[in-house]
Design a protein around this ligand. Structure first.
Ligand code: GRF
Length: 187
């Protein structure tokens, strides 16, 4: 199987990145992680780039030409899919156009509910019965593109924010790889 090249964007812990790196080693997983992009020099997740000898690029989103810089790297590694895994910056309309291929994001709620930040506290405030995660295509509107995969769990009355977070992330490690497999199965 000829695997497609993926770039993962991170800003923080990178546990989804780590999970994708592991899954991508399976012989029948459709992609390999060729490049990592971080806007945060202190992102904990960069350790997975180092441990696994995967090239990474640090970007300064305050610079005018930072999107051009990313684009150049994406070309260099022949990237055909971008996975946003805890990347805390908004992807511009221009960049989406410039890249011209699919970009997917993982979000810790059952979209279209709870777009944006602080999802876990809002889930509790809203007395939701269920919560979960969503992998969706990225378009110019925040957390609004076509849904590729979604997984949920039922909330216990005693669940606090951190319990919801742990349960959500456990499902993320299943949903993200599943979404990638789906994307390539349909191609
Ligand atoms: C995940 O919960 C994801 O849904 C959100 O950011 C978090 C990233 O976690 N977009 P990690 O950096 O992969 O550990």
């Amino acid at each position: 199987m000829v695997k497609k090249n993926v770039c993962v964007f991170i800003s923080g812990r990178g546990t989804n990145l780590n999970n994708l790196i592991k899954r991508s080693r399976e012989y029948n997983f459709p992609v390999k992680i060729k490049l990592i992009v971080s806007n945060n020099i202190n992102a904990e997740g960069l350790k997975y780039a180092k441990i696994n000898s995967i090239p990474f690029t640090l970007i300064n989103t305050k610079l005018n030409n930072f999107e051009r810089k990313i684009f150049k790297e994406l070309k260099r590694y022949d990237i055909s899919l971008i996975c946003l895994a805890g990347y805390m910056k908004i992807i511009s309309k221009n960049f989406i156009k410039l890249f011209g291929k699919k970009i997917v994001n993982i979000h810790p709620s059952l979209l279209p509910k709870f777009k944006g930040l602080n999802t876990f506290s809002r889930v509790i405030e809203n007395k939701e019965i269920r919560s979960g995660c969503t992998v969706h295509l990225v378009n110019e509107k925040l957390d609004s593109g076509k849904i590729i995969a979604q997984k949920y769990f039922f909330i216990n009355e005693c669940d606090k924010e951190n319990d919801i977070k742990i349960k959500t992330q456990r499902l993320e490690y299943l949903a993200f790889p599943e979404a990638i497999i789906k994307l390539y199965r349909n191609n």
